[in-house]
Design a binder for this molecule. Structure first.
Ligand SMILES: Nc1ncnc2c1ncn2[C@@H]1O[C@H](COP(=O)(O)OP(=O)(O)O)[C@@H](O)[C@H]1O
Ligand SMILES: O=C(O)[C@@H](COP(=O)(O)O)OP(=O)(O)O
Length: 296
């Protein structure tokens, strides 16, 4: 058995092809190829008759194998994500977008790949706030975002009553979102927040906040997502399909805000490419930061 040691983190663990495969997939490598590379690394370690190997030696060997497979970009990403985890830079990822676009699915996949344990939905924050603030006080909290307009007579604005009602709910839920964000910044832990209430311009971001607006093109795609979600949750597709025009109008409003505030918009066609696009973007921005840190 090969024992892996990390003097810095004072750990000694048996070599695991599964753990190495997962960290290679973090670099955006297909899991099948990642497994092949992890197997090659294991084979080489066994041929060297090594009983004890450091994480640094595994990193170098894996990096070389990625290059041998012609995966140069993935090799760079592999080194980056390992360096990122060592640097312990606390990051917050925020995924906004209309209901049903795929935010919580993407959040779960990102959390797995980045080893982030704290993931919270704004609909959960809203549920907590609903228990504390009675409908008589804030009626818009106690309904879906696309129905809030029915219970509030909001201030005059250029927007439609639907959007004014939606903005009301966003403004109120943003109080809870900001509380979660501030705690994450103060405690210095990585967190992912996802939900329709993450609308650009409603929450304060810092240099380690990475916000994205997720979209789905058109009614057909929304329909498929609602039916897919209804297969394993109690959120009935018909309820959302009945309000599809309102949901589309809200998506347009959120996209407009994203363009106004320079927030990346990602059309969520295929989960894998959406997750990779977000990780690429985070990596690029973090690498700039790390370069700045090294320069200073
Ligand atoms: N890229 C995708 N392609 C196909 N289906 C997806 C994709 N992303 C998410 N889904 C599915 O769409 C449904 C809605 O996703 P979900 O994450 O619940 O949306 P949201 O959190 O934005 O309301 C889920 O059943 C999910 O499995
Ligand atoms: O208010 C809304 O539009 C959705 C938001 O759900 P997410 O998109 O945040 O999952 O909550 P629901 O109506 O299901 O209670």
């Amino acid at each position: 058995m090969i024992i892996v040691t990390d003097p810095e983190r004072k750990i000694r663990l048996p070599f695991s092809r599964g753990i190495l495969t997962r960290s290679i997939t973090l670099a955006g490598v297909d899991v099948g190829i990642a497994y092949i590379i992890a197997t090659e690394v294991q084979k080489e370690l066994m041929e060297r008759k090594l009983k004890l190997v450091t994480t640094e030696e595994i990193r170098e060997l894996t990096y070389q194998k990625l290059l041998d497979h012609g995966l140069n970009e993935a090799a760079k990403r592999y080194l980056f994500w390992r360096q990122f985890r060592k640097l312990k830079i606390p990051i917050t990822i925020l995924l906004g977008g209309a209901t049903g676009v795929g935010k919580s699915t993407i959040a779960t996949e990102l959390a797995f790949r980045l080893g982030i344990r704290s993931v919270i939905g704004t609909d959960t924050i809203r549920e907590v706030m609903k228990r504390i603030i009675a409908p008589e006080l804030l009626p818009d909290l106690h309904t879906s975002s696309f129905l809030a307009w029915k219970v509030v007579s909001s201030r005059k604005s250029d927007n439609s009553p639907l959007i004014r009602g939606f903005e009301n709910q966003v403004q109120h839920v943003s109080v809870g979102v900001s509380a979660v964000l501030e705690r994450a910044y103060k405690e210095g832990f990585n967190t992912i927040i996802e939900g329709i209430h993450l609308v650009p311009g409603y929450i304060k971001l810092n240099e380690n906040s990475f916000m994205y607006v997720i979209t789905v093109k058109g009614k057909k795609d929304f329909e498929a997502r609602f039916y897919e979600r209804a297969r394993y949750s109690k959120r009935s597709a018909d309820y959302y399909l009945k309000h599809i025009d309102a949901i589309l109008e809200i998506q347009d409003f959120i996209v407009g805000r994203a363009k106004e505030y320079g927030i990346p918009i990602i059309n969520n066609v295929e989960l894998e490419s959406t997750v990779n696009a977000i990780m690429e973007n985070i990596m690029e921005r973090l690498m700039e930061q790390i370069d700045e840190m090294v320069k200073d």
